[in-house]
Design a protein around this ligand. Structure first.
Ligand code: TYD
Length: 208
């Protein structure tokens, strides 16, 4: 049976990484086969593109170049890692996927949504996640959570940039209600984990 494709989305500091780690530990403890991966990144070619995208020194990067690089990273990641895993019955948990391009490059960078749609179909081989978790929280709280780290190129963007990203995510979730589960990112970490685990077990048909 084909594996399930599970993605996590959210603004910076939304708690995605902690929830992904807890989910992975829970699947591992039950002997469920999965891989954990991320965007931009994954296989070596995509990780090299990631370094270009996140380097704070690349201030000259145009929004168009940025979109194409995210899509290039995604095409390699999808063909080399995601599709083979799903085909062999392994579940894929991915930290961000194409919804990030609609939120960041579409809403926040104001690039044409139709172009993103065409590039997305091309670079994903028309692959859609089976379930997407959106960890939602106000931008002020998310930015205060990340203020102590060294910020990458996207994290250094303004408050209004991140507000646009958040609003776009909520709108995508509304338009794709059957795929999305929107969670309150301010909720207790263990409560969130239980909600995510319940949804994942339902999706993969496993008992809790
Ligand atoms: P990362 O360090 O992985 O951030 P996070 O822990 O918040 O996921 O950096 C990924 C950055 O790339 C993040 O700022 C969101 C951005 N991004 C886009 O702008 N477009 C995309 O298509 C993707 C996948 C990510």
């Amino acid at each position: 049976m084909r594996g399930k494709f599970i993605t996590f989305e959210g603004i910076e500091g939304s708690g995605k990484s902690s929830q992904i780690r807890l989910l992975a530990e829970a699947l591992k403890a039950r002997g469920i086969k999965y891989i954990l991966t991320r965007e931009p990144g994954g296989p070596p070619i995509s990780e090299r593109i990631r370094a270009l995208l996140l380097d704070p020194q690349n201030k000259e990067m145009s929004s168009e170049t940025e979109l194409l690089l995210y899509c290039a990273s995604r095409a390699q990641h999808t063909s080399e890692v995601i599709l083979p895993a799903l085909a062999s019955g392994v579940h894929v948990i991915c930290d961000r996927y194409y919804d990030s391009s609609y939120a960041y490059q579409g809403a926040a960078r104001s690039l044409d949504k139709e172009i993103i749609r065409i590039l997305t179909a091309f670079s994903t081989y028309s692959t859609d996640p089976d379930r997407t978790f959106l960890l939602d929280l106000p931008v002020e709280q998310s930015l205060s959570r990340i203020q102590d780290r060294e910020l990458d190129r996207l994290e250094q963007e303004s408050l209004s940039f991140h507000v646009k990203v958040r609003e776009q995510y909520l709108s995508i979730a509304k338009d794709n209600a059957s795929r999305y589960l929107v969670l309150n990112g301010l909720e207790d970490i263990n409560i969130l984990h239980r909600q995510i685990l319940a949804a994942v077990f339902k999706l993969i048909g496993a008992a809790q």
